[in-house]
Design a protein around this ligand. Structure first.
Ligand SMILES: Nc1ncnc2c1ncn2[C@@H]1O[C@H](COP(=O)(O)OP(=O)(O)O)[C@@H](O)[C@H]1O
Ligand SMILES: [Mg+2]
Length: 212
């Protein structure tokens, strides 16, 4: 048998739907697919990643979660899109079951509150260096030269509470909606801001791989 490098397992989970969980899983997988064999394991009952793959063309395989053992054996990178709305105990297991648990969150008060409760539970369970919050769907700032105020505040709050957070953040851009509708990564979309959208996940991808 040929020697195989250890698989990197990245799990994406969120406390509520519609925060960019699947979009994050798809684009992190697209980033990793440029660096090695990659599979996205669809563990969400909504099967939205699987449906995107059928609608369009993604540059990696999307497998049902029942194939997860084989997925890990056969790929260098495994990205898992998980069930919606995990509880604190689910989070603890999810964190223990991967190299990095990515928690996309929008920068609004309700989502952030739920996030803090769960982050606390994961940290208490010893998983504090295994997860990272990803701020997503950041609304455009009123003034182009200024960053979005809510995102700045959310980041400050996370840092005060010592919750790990990606430096990169994902803006709210229509290109992402076109991409998920078409079932392609955002860099395939004909949109003036597609490159900007992809750059958001490339920055996050570099943090995931440690710069590679
Ligand atoms: N950064 C973004 N900017 C604009 N729309 C986005 C962004 N991320 C996700 N979306 C869109 O929001 C909707 C929900 O995103 P999705 O990733 O499916 O969320 P979840 O998996 O958390 O339910 C989709 O239509 C998707 O295209
Ligand atoms: Mg989803």
């Amino acid at each position: 048998m040929s020697a195989k490098l250890a698989t990197m397992i990245v799990t994406v989970a969120a406390f509520k739907g519609g925060v960019g969980k699947t979009t994050s899983a798809v684009h992190l997988a697209a980033y990793l697919a440029e660096r090695g064999t990659t599979v996205l394991v669809d563990g969400d009952v909504n099967r939205s990643a699987s449906r995107q793959a059928k609608r369009g063309a993604l540059p990696f395989a999307v497998w049902d979660e029942r194939r997860i053992a084989m997925a890990v054996r056969e790929h260098e990178h495994v990205v898992i899109d998980t069930e919606a709305r995990p509880g604190p105990e689910d989070l603890e297991e999810l964190a223990a079951g991967c190299d990095l648990l990515v928690l996309p969150s929008t920068p609004d008060v309700m989502t952030m509150e739920a996030l803090f409760l769960t982050a606390e539970a994961v940290s208490k369970a010893g998983g504090q260096d295994r997860y990272k919050v990803l701020l997503t769907l950041i609304p455009p700032p009123p003034n182009k030269s200024k960053p979005n105020r809510r995102a700045v505040e959310a980041r400050k709050e996370l840092e005060t509470e010592k919750v790990p957070v990606f430096r990169g953040e994902v803006r709210r851009l229509a290109a992402f909606v076109h991409a998920s509708d078409a079932g392609v990564p955002v860099y395939e979309v004909k949109d003036l801001r597609a490159a900007e959208a992809w750059a958001c996940y490339q920055a996050v991808g570099r943090e995931v791989t440690g710069g590679a």
